[in-house]
Design a protein around this ligand. Structure first.
Ligand code: SF4
Ligand code: SF4
Length: 130
């Protein structure tokens, strides 16, 4: 079933904000500027990047995010580094696997996460960061 962008964002917000460490006990985003969250500030590009990949390799999703989202993100430095990512303050980076999972579930796509081992962590492995 083809989901609209608004539907996809609602699904992802429901799943990711619920587990995000920035979420307050009242259920709101605890960021000083909630609109600065890269995951939702750039959600159209995030969704487009993930939907453009049809692979059983999670690394291809990571590459797509790096090329299509990080490349236009204001937090990215000229040399390609990202302080926000390094300080684990980018929800897109920190929760990439569940973000892909949520979009996979909503759109019927799938990827092989067996390389992550049993009980895949919520946070992406440091060695495969964006
Ligand atoms: S930082 Fe982003 S993912 Fe986390 S609660 Fe705020 S809006 Fe949701
Ligand atoms: S990792 Fe950095 S450059 Fe990429 S989306 Fe997150 S904040 Fe932006």
């Amino acid at each position: 079933m083809e989901r609209s962008l608004a539907e996809l964002e609602a699904i992802v917000r429901n799943k990711i904000c619920a587990v995000c460490t920035e979420r307050t006990v009242a259920g709101n985003c605890g960021l000083e500027e909630p609109s600065s969250c890269a995951l939702f500030r750039l959600f159209p590009e995030v969704a487009k990047a993930i939907r453009s990949v049809k692979s059983d390799d999670i690394n291809q999703y990571i590459d797509a995010i790096r090329a299509n989202v990080c490349s236009i993100c204001t937090d990215r430095a000229a040399d390609g580094s990202c302080e926000t990512r390094q300080e684990v303050r980018c929800a897109l980076d920190a929760y990439l696997i569940p973000v892909v999972d949520a979009i996979e579930e909503a759109t019927g796509m799938s990827f092989d996460r067996t390389f992550l081992g049993a009980g895949a962590p919520v946070r992406i492995r440091p060695e495969i960061r964006l």
